[in-house]
Design a binder for this molecule. Structure first.
Ligand SMILES: [Zn+2]
Length: 136
């Protein structure tokens, strides 16, 4: 899912190490890293495993579903941002933004799903509340 509004997020620095991540994001797919040696998942994707330092890591595609692990609301109402650590179904936590959510609907454990916002020439993962099962 791509955000359809005019918001523009700060463009991340891209390089050969994270190129596959941003190519996938442009296609609406969220990747994370998985280590072939210790089997653990990690985010932010990189060439070496942060758990065991092996360089035998693969890309894996996340379902895009997860929940809010923790969050904070910053800025004035006109410029509010919700920064959150989202824990994906695959078990990795990633720092991102929750968009289009009234503060009263935010809570630790709330289901979210990934969306992709524009950031210069690339797309970046952000999250929206997952309304599956709410009948909306
Ligand atoms: Zn490892």
């Amino acid at each position: 899912m791509f955000l359809s509004d005019d918001r523009e997020w700060p463009a991340p620095a891209t390089n050969p190490e994270n190129e596959a991540f941003f190519v996938a994001a442009a296609q609406g797919r969220l990747l994370y890293g998985r280590c072939r040696v210790c089997g653990r998942a990690h985010y932010y994707p990189r060439h070496s495993c942060p758990h065991c330092f092996s360089t035998e890591v693969d890309w894996a595609e996340a379902s895009g579903r997860g929940h809010i692990y923790t969050y904070t609301v910053t800025g004035a109402a006109s410029d509010r941002q919700v920064l959150a650590f989202v824990e994906l179904e695959e078990g990795v936590r990633m720092l991102s933004n929750i968009v289009d959510a009234a503060p009263g609907r935010l809570a630790v454990g709330t289901p979210v799903r990934v969306a992709f916002g524009r950031a210069g020439s690339v797309r970046v993962p952000v999250f929206v509340l997952d309304r599956v099962g709410e009948g909306t």
